[in-house]
Design a protein around this ligand. Structure first.
Ligand code: C2R
Length: 199
């Protein structure tokens, strides 16, 4: 195991979210999912266990954490990424798969292996790599927030901050463009919104 339980909301050994990864080499990317869960104060555990290389152990762990009440599983794997599908086969809880770019096919192989589940056993598949890992963390938070008002409030604040950041970057870009064009700013109107309805 490479991760740790980070929240006091649930006891040691029964985290809300368990992150599986097929290899220790996946941690550099999958730690993004853990970082997001940490940021939101969600209890989680990160475990290296492969559906291929340590099949029986993976089965045992998924069943154990399902029994203990883990609500969401995240599974990150590269190459012939069967891990998320295998985890989903062993639990009724939602499973979020993160395809990783660890093979010469740059993640296209793991994207297809993770996303193309036959009907009956779904895996929610994110984008390849770091953005996918961080979105897996966010998606897990969103699932937990359905029954947790405080978590939902934190998510809304997170989204507001994202928007603020976009506005700040746009303002900086417009300022720079005006500076380069040698024009003075017109009060109250940015170049990007001129002639358009304000958002
Ligand atoms: P190594 O770096 O250990 O050789 O692993 C891992 O997720 C990793 O990205 C190379 C890649 O193999 C992947 N792997 C799977 C599974 N187990 C390991 N896709 C699985 O069970 O699906």
């Amino acid at each position: 195991m490479v991760g740790r339980i980070s929240s006091a909301r649930r006891g040691r050994g029964n985290p809300d979210v368990v992150i599986f990864m097929g290899s220790e080499s996946d941690w550099a990317v999958m730690s993004e999912a853990a970082r997001v869960l940490e940021e939101f104060g969600v209890s989680h555990l990160a475990i290296v266990s492969s559906a291929h290389r340590s099949h029986d152990r993976t089965v045992r762990l998924v069943k154990l954490f399902t029994r203990r009440g883990t609500r969401v599983f995240v599974a990150g794997a590269g190459a012939a990424a069967h891990l998320a599908g295998a985890v989903a086969a062993m639990t009724p809880r939602p499973v979020i798969g993160v395809p990783l770019a660890s093979s010469p096919l740059s993640g296209l192989d793991s994207l297809l292996a993770t996303a193309q589940m036959p009907s009956g056993v779904p895996v929610a598949c994110t984008a390849i790599g770091e953005a996918g890992a961080s979105n897996a963390g966010l998606l897990a938070v969103e699932i937990l927030a359905i029954a947790d008002r405080r978590l939902e409030a934190r998510l809304l604040t997170y989204r507001q901050n994202l928007e603020r950041e976009v506005v700040r970057k746009d303002a900086a870009l417009q300022k720079e463009r005006r500076r380069r064009a040698g024009r003075q700013p017109r009060p109250g109107r940015s170049e990007s919104t001129r002639g358009k309805v304000s958002p």
